[in-house]
Design a protein around this ligand. Structure first.
Ligand code: BTN
Length: 320
């Protein structure tokens, strides 16, 4: 770890508290001048650090995503690489590009303060303006020799992991899952999840899942048409997005480690927006209408059709 990272680590542990330059110099066993240089370097990266002659330094945080900050805040619960960018076309594309030249054996996270071409299912645009949301993609390496990943179950598990963190961060809000990949709050979508797989079936040498997550934290800058449909969790609150990202990465890894078991399904069912309701499901150009009666153990939606038979769907979109 370089001086800058070591300093950042101490600042993060003592956020909002004054630490004198001599204390820092002593702890890092470097000169006060080197401390000053480290502070200047951190400030250039957007970290807000107050300084006062008599008191020393006080770390006040940063308003941009920072890989080192996120990594430290995951407290070893995310043992992969983290990459951040201030602006990118889509973190999903960034992850795919990375995979074209790397074969990671550990998870890799890609986060951006802004996406200029964020997308959701069916290639729909996912509006991702500067700093009003959290946009990231997580590459989960998959052993190509093992059974094919159960993508429906994984998406459900990731939704539960994200839902848990949102509830922990915003305890007075209520979140529900709209099968299969959306999280709603007060009748508005606040989070979308997109799972894509790259499976090199021919070479069987690499395989990975890319889970993309977009959370609307605030919709202040949204065009009226988008703002009407999309919701936001905390329009007036400043949210520490690095901390939120760290919590999400840790929670997702936690669920991923045993997602095959479907242990999280009862939680998903309990907060489902569609269960026990009549729904219309769009599958490609087809439609199925019925009552949503269950989420099965593969994360599939079970509909009771007009003739009384039950049918499970592993993908599709609930339109009504
Ligand atoms: C959906 O609503 O259909 C899924 C939306 C997924 C959006 C996220 S934002 C981060 C990642 N990058 C993208 O381009 N899309 C996903």
């Amino acid at each position: 770890m370089g001086t800058k990272d070591e300093l950042l680590k101490i600042f993060l542990i003592n956020e909002q508290q004054w630490i004198s330059g001599s204390q820092l110099a002593e702890r890092l066993k470097i000169s006060r001048e080197s401390i000053w240089k480290g502070v200047a370097a951190l400030r250039r990266q957007g970290h807000q650090i107050e300084s006062q002659r008599a008191l020393g330094y006080r770390y006040l945080g940063t308003d941009h995503l920072d890989a080192a900050v996120i990594k430290m805040q995951t407290r070893d619960e995310f043992n992969g690489e983290i990459h951040t960018a201030s602006s990118i076309d889509s973190t999903q594309n960034w992850a795919k590009q990375y995979l074209s030249s790397h074969q990671p054996s550990q998870p890799v996270a890609f986060l951006a303060d802004q996406q200029t071409a964020g997308y959701g299912r069916r290639g729909r645009q996912f509006y991702s303006p500067q700093k009003t949301g959290l946009y990231f993609s997580l590459v989960l390496p998959h052993n190509p020799m093992s059974a094919l990943p159960k993508i429906g179950l994984l998406t459900t598990g990731v939704a539960v992991a994200v839902g848990r963190v949102l509830k922990q961060t915003f305890p007075d809000r209520d979140f529900s899952y709209k099968w299969v990949n959306d999280i709603y709050m007060n009748g508005h979508k606040v989070c979308g999840i997109l799972t894509e797989a790259t499976l090199e079936l021919e070479s069987a040498s690499s395989a990975a899942l890319i889970v993309g997550i977009g959370i609307n934290l605030s919709t202040v800058d949204f065009p009226a048409a988008v703002a009407q449909k999309a919701g936001s969790i905390a329009p007036e609150q400043t949210i520490d997005r690095n901390q939120l990202a760290a919590r999400l990465l840790a929670a997702i890894m936690n669920v991923y480690s045993e997602y095959d078991s479907g242990k999280f399904l009862p939680e998903y069912r309990a907060h489902s927006l569609v269960l026990n309701r009549p729904v219309v499901l769009k599958i490609g150009n087809d439609e199925a209408a019925g009552k949503a009666v269950d989420i099965d153990d593969q994360g599939g939606l079970v509909l009771e059709l007009a003739d009384g038979t039950k049918k499970s769907f592993i993908s599709g979109e609930v339109t009504k």
